[in-house]
Design a protein around this ligand. Structure first.
Ligand code: 4AD
Ligand code: MG
Length: 480
C-alpha cells in the first residue's frame, strides 16, 4: 500500500481505514505512543501501539531518530491537541538510530541553542524550528516565481562565473583553476590569469544585474533568482558570503515604477506565506513568545510575528529621500541617553545599519523606501539626477532587518555612463557588452535586488541569517 504524508493523514476523515506512513521517530513514550514526523508538517502524528501486537525486539528499536514505516488504522484521538491518531498494526524499522550515539547529537531530546544546532547543520532540519523555517523558505521561493510568472516576467539564468564585478566593490571571490603549487606568473611576477581555464581573471557573481539588464532589453521584463557571492569580511547576523538574490529588471520603467513593483512584490510573497504556512508561522510565533519571556519587558516584541507580517501588508511603505532622512537623523537621538555610535556628520555620509533601523523602527515605524542617494556612495550604473550629485537609487529598509532591497533606475545615457566609469577607473573594454545595451536601442529601465535570506529572516522572525539557509557560508565557515 502506498504511504500517505502525515500532513494529509492529520486532515483526513477516513476513520477506521487502513493507512501507511513513513517518517522519523520524534518521541516514544511508555512503550506505547510513538510520535512520528515526516517533514510534511510541523505536527507529528501519534501512533498508538496496542498491547502485544508488536514484537519486543522491534519495540526495542523504536528509538528517537529511527526511520520507520507504520501500518495501522486511522482513529479518532483520545489525546488532547490532536484530532486523529493511528492504531498501529505493524512497525518496520527502515533505519535504526543508536540511542547512545544519538545522545551526542543535537537530536537528543533536550533544548539546544541555535549556535549548537549550527554545528550540526546536517541534522538540524530534523528539529521543529528548522523544519518550519525551511518549509517557509521553500514556499517563499515558490511565491517569488509565482509573482513574476503571473506578471509576465521571464526567468533568466544569469551566469555564476563572470568577469564583471557588478557592484564594483571589490568583494568578488576569485575563480581559478591553477595548481596552487605552480601558479603561472606574468612578466611582472604577478599571477598570469591568461593561462587559467577561462584565459582571464574570473570570479563568482556578486549580482546578476548587468546580465539581467541585457536580457530586459530584449524580453522587456525579466528576473533572476540565484546564488550570489561576496567576500566581504563582515561577521554580522545579516551577512553571508553566499546568499540568494531575487533581481527583477524592467525596460521602460522609472524609479517610481521600480518602487511600486518592489512594494507590490514583497506584499504578495508575505501574503502568500500567511495563507500557505499557517502551522509553521504559528509555531515560529510561539517560539518567539517563549524567547521573549526570558527578556526584560523593554526588549520584548511589540507585535506578534503574524501581526508584524499583516502590518506590512496593510501599510504603505514610507518613501523618503536620502536628504530628508539625513535631516531627520541629524536631529535625532536613538534614545534619551545614547547617541548614535556613528554620528551623522552630514549630507554625503553612508547610512549605517543603526541609522537605517532608527528610521524604520523608531521614527517612521513602518517599512521605508529611501531614494535619491549621493552618487558618490552608490554604484556606477545608477541614473544621475538633474542635480548632478544624486542618483536614482532606492533602498528598502525593514524593521529588525535594515536594508532588504537595493535597486535603482539605471543610467541609460551612453555618454554619462562612460564618464562615470572613467571616473571610477572601470575599463570600457571590460564592459563593452554592457555598453552595447546603451548603444543599440537604449531606454529608461530599472530593477532591484532583494536579499532572499533577509526576507526569510523577516518572515520567520529569526535573529541570525545563518539560521535561515541550510548551509551558511561565512568567514572561516564552509565545513559542510
Ligand atoms: O544592495 P546590493 O548590493 O545590490 C545589488 O547587488 C544590485 N546589483 C541589485 C540590483 O539592483 N539588481 O544587494 C541587494 C540586496 C541587499 O539589499 C541585501 O538584502 C542583500 O542583497 N545582500 C546580502 N544578503 C546577505 N548577505 C550579504 N552579504 C548581502 N549583501 C547584500
Ligand atoms: Mg545595497
Amino acid at each position: 500500500m502506498k504511504h500517505t504524508k502525515v500532513v494529509e493523514v492529520l486532515q483526513s476523515d477516513k476513520l477506521l481505514q487502513p493507512v501507511v506512513i513513513k517518517g522519523w521517530v520524534r518521541s516514544f513514550r511508555n512503550d506505547r505512543f510513538i510520535a512520528v514526523n515526516d517533514g510534511s508538517t510541523i505536527n507529528n502524528i501519534q501512533c498508538v501501539l496496542e498491547d502485544n501486537t508488536i514484537d519486543a525486539a522491534i519495540i526495542d528499536r523504536i528509538n528517537i531518530g529511527a526511520a520507520v514505516v507504520i501500518n495501522g488504522t486511522l482513529a479518532e484521538s483520545q489525546g488532547k491537541g490532536q484530532r486523529v491518531e493511528i492504531l498501529v498494526s505493524s512497525v518496520e524499522i527502515e533505519g535504526d538510530a543508536d540511542p547512545e550515539e544519538l545522545k551526542l547529537t543535537i537530536l537528543s531530546p533536550k533544548r539546544h541553542s541555535l549556535e549548537k544546532l549550527r554545528e550540526q547543520a546536517h541534522l538540524r532540519v530534523r528539529t521543529n524550528t528548522f523544519g518550519a523555517i525551511m518549509r517557509v523558505r521553500s514556499k517563499l521561493s515558490f511565491a517569488i516565481h509565482e509573482y513574476f510568472q503571473k506578471n509576465d516576467f521571464y526567468y533568466v539564468h544569469t551566469p555564476v562565473i563572470t568577469k564583471s564585478d557588478a557592484e564594483g566593490a571589490g568583494e568578488a571571490f576569485k575563480v581559478t583553476n591553477f595548481d596552487l603549487n605552480n601558479v603561472p606568473k606574468d612578466e611582472n611576477g604577478g599571477v598570469n590569469y591568461k593561462e587559467d581555464f577561462f584565459g582571464g581573471e574570473t570570479n563568482l557573481t556578486v549580482s546578476g544585474q548587468l546580465e539581467a539588464e541585457t536580457y530586459a532589453m530584449g524580453l522587456g521584463q525579466v528576473y533572476t533568482f540565484g546564488p550570489t557571492f561576496r567576500a566581504e569580511n563582515s561577521n554580522t547576523s545579516r551577512h553571508l558570503a553566499e546568499f540568494w538574490m531575487v533581481e527583477p529588471e524592467v525596460a521602460f520603467c522609472d524609479l517610481d515604477g521600480n518602487m511600486d513593483l518592489a512594494e507590490d512584490f514583497i506584499k504578495y510573497v508575505i501574503q502568500f506565506v500567511l495563507e500557505n504556512c499557517q502551522d509553521d508561522l504559528e509555531f515560529l510565533e510561539n517560539r518567539l513568545i517563549q524567547e521573549d519571556k526570558q527578556k526584560p519587558q523593554a526588549e520584548r516584541a511589540e507585535m506578534s510575528l503574524r501581526d508584524k507580517l499583516k502590518f506590512v501588508l496593510e501599510n504603505n511603505f514610507k518613501r523618503v529621500s536620502y536628504t530628508e532622512a539625513i535631516e531627520i537623523l541629524k536631529n535625532s537621538k536613538p534614545n534619551k541617553k545614547k547617541k548614535f555610535k556613528f554620528p551623522i556628520d552630514g549630507w554625503g555620509a553612508d547610512l549605517q545599519s543603526e541609522h537605517e533601523r532608527f528610521l524604520v523602527e523608531k521614527h517612521f515605524k513602518c517599512p521605508v523606501i529611501l531614494f535619491d542617494y549621493p552618487a558618490d556612495i552608490k554604484s556606477f550604473y545608477m541614473r544621475l539626477n538633474e542635480d548632478g550629485k544624486t542618483v536614482r537609487a532606492m533602498d528598502i529598509l525593514f524593521p529588525g532587518i535594515g536594508e532588504i532591497v537595493g535597486g535603482s533606475q539605471r543610467e541609460e545615457r551612453l555618454d554619462v555612463l562612460k564618464e562615470k566609469m572613467a571616473a571610477l577607473d572601470i575599463p570600457e573594454e571590460d564592459l563593452w557588452w554592457y555598453l552595447d545595451t546603451r548603444r543599440f536601442g537604449t531606454c529608461v529601465h530599472s530593477g532591484f535586488g532583494l536579499g532572499f535570506e533577509r526576507l526569510v529572516l523577516f518572515v520567520t522572525g529569526m535573529g541570525n541569517i545563518r539560521d535561515v539557509i541550510p548551509y551558511p557560508r561565512t568567514p572561516l565557515n564552509a565545513e559542510f
